[in-house]
Design a protein around this ligand. Structure first.
Ligand code: SF4
Length: 227
């Protein structure tokens, strides 16, 4: 199978699995999405969605959050990972938005990365989701499933994964595929044990095809493996 065939089949079958994939983070404005993405680092979207309603009620805008102290933010986010650091990030990020960006979240990825708590992935999420730029934010799910399917070759870092995906994708396919790969990794192609028996990508997935070949040599069936 050529690389192009693999990409085409992946896009087609992911459309069947997740036709309307989008972020599962809940937010009401761009600033709130930025906050939610910062909080979601090393944490689940589910957990973030549990705590953001109270946080956003108390601090709905960056002006409100810029006036708070990290100690005041902490109780609202204590159940996410790294709450001490993230409390400081949120306050400093909000302050910079107010002081430098006239309380507007910038659309430029480099400028976004000057905000505390915002790395390349978070900046790409904002650029893609809010400003509809052709960016591929690569998190642990996107990195893992891209490698398993064979969309990437020997990509050791998230940056290498991003570069290879961007090189092989058409601009219009990037946004939806990003969300589809996250959902695939979150619900089916899980880190510990992929649920290939529930996956529509078996026709084009490098990992699955090689597993199938291995089992055939051992006279075992896929059904026995996933029962
Ligand atoms: S077939 Fe298996 S390994 Fe491949 S993407 Fe689906 S769940 Fe992941």
């Amino acid at each position: 199978m050529t690389k192009k065939e693999r990409y085409d089949l992946t896009l087609k079958n992911l459309d069947g699995l997740f036709p309307e994939a989008q972020t599962e983070l809940q937010y009401n404005n761009t600033f709130q999405l930025l906050v939610a993405v910062i909080l979601s680092a090393q944490c689940t979207d589910k957990r973030v969605n549990q705590i953001t309603p109270a946080l956003f009620e108390k601090y709905p805008t960056c002006e409100d959050m810029a006036k708070a102290s990290a100690e005041e933010i902490f109780p609202y986010i204590r159940s996410v990972s790294y709450p001490n650091s993230k409390s400081k990030y949120l306050v400093n990020c909000a302050k910079r938005l107010v002081e430098v960006y006239n309380s507007q979240v910038p659309s430029d990825v480099k400028e976004l990365q000057t905000l505390q708590g915002v790395g390349r992935k978070t900046a790409n999420v904002i650029a893609a989701v809010v400003f509809h730029q052709a960016k591929m934010p690569v998190d642990t799910h996107v990195h893992r499933v891209s490698r398993r399917i064979g969309l990437t070759d020997n990509a050791k870092t998230v940056l290498q994964t991003e570069e290879q995906l961007m090189k092989n994708l058409k601009k219009n396919d990037i946004a939806l595929l990003h969300h589809q790969l996250i959902l695939l990794g979150r619900y089916i192609c899980k880190a510990r044990k992929p649920e290939c028996n529930n996956c529509k990508l078996t026709v084009c997935c490098k990992y699955f095809i090689s597993l199938q070949n291995k089992l055939q040599k051992q006279n075992k069936t896929i059904e026995q493996t996933f029962k």
